[in-house]
Design a protein around this ligand. Structure first.
Ligand code: ATP
Length: 251
């Protein structure tokens, strides 16, 4: 089966700083994947290249087999990317915002309305559907941005720190929604600094450090790679990312 996402020698440099350094990674369809790494490891830079917001210096990212460089439009249609600071329009209500985003994807008014209703109910924003989003709490804004990412039914959704700032109830709601979405055969990739989230939700985990993949696999496979039988993800993570001599992990 075609991979949901394939990174092929993806690289990006900012001046003297090699932010992403020849990254190779394959993520299967229908999986829940967590991308971990310390601050400045290159996670956001990688995701921005996948989303087509940043041009790689070299290499490519393929979304369900479509190159983001050679077939960017097809690739982007299959993808939703939710950055950690999503842009909302405060003067729009949730319904107006979702209809606006649906319009950008060329969805019909009827289709947009049906999908917006479903998402707003699922994310418990239905009661506030007509209020301006500038009046919303941070968590409500985050849920609305998530609804916007889901509106065109992407096959792959990439989320940068999606649970930061959410209270326990909202975090549970979002986690359940993502798990259900994966059960339907779609793929979720998220970054997080919270190890429990990766440990509980992700089927596979990739650890990036200094722009390179230092470990990849299921939690059990990571334990083997780190030589830590029975270790927690936190201890494996710290072991692999604080070891200055850590080499690039090769499958
Ligand atoms: N626009 C930019 N200009 C210059 N350097 C940048 C830029 N964006 C990122 N960097 C640098 O590139 C490296 C990777 O940054 P990136 O934001 O991708 O890391 P990250 O893993 O997402 O970190 P965090 O967990 O802190 O969000 C860092 O050293 C960062 O300072």
């Amino acid at each position: 089966m075609t991979a949901a996402l394939e990174l092929v020698f993806l690289s990006k440099r900012y001046g003297a700083r090699q932010a992403v350094d020849g990254l190779n990674l394959t993520i299967a369809q229908g999986s829940f994947y967590a991308l971990l790494g310390p601050n400045g490891a290159g996670k956001t830079t990688t995701l921005r290249m996948v989303a087509g917001l940043l041009q790689p210096d070299s290499g490519d990212a393929l979304i369900l087999g479509h190159s983001t460089i050679r077939a960017g439009t097809e690739a982007r249609r299959l993808l939703a990317y939710l950055p950690d600071d999503p842009l909302l329009y405060g003067k729009l209500s949730p319904i107006e915002y979702l209809e606006f985003v649906a319009g950008l994807w060329g969805m019909s008014a009827g289709e947009a309305e049906g999908r917006a209703t479903e998402l707003l109910k699922q994310l418990q924003l239905w009661e506030v559907r007509a209020q301006l989003s500038e009046t919303f709490s941070r968590g409500m804004k985050q849920k609305l941005a998530l609804a916007g990412a889901f509106i065109h039914q992407p096959r792959l959704i990439i989320l940068d720190e999606p649970l930061t700032g959410l209270d326990a109830a909202a975090a549970r709601l979002v986690k359940d929604m993502l798990v259900q979405y994966v059960r339907q055969g779609n793929t979720v990739i998220l970054t997080t600094h919270i190890m429990e989230i990766a440990e509980r939700l992700a089927q596979r985990i990739g650890i990036i450090d200094r722009g390179k993949l230092v470990a990849e696999g299921t939690l059990d496979e990571l334990r083997v790679q780190a030589g830590e039988a029975g270790g927690t993800l936190e201890s494996i993570f710290l072991d692999l990312t604080q070891n200055q001599d850590a080499g690039e992990w090769e499958p």
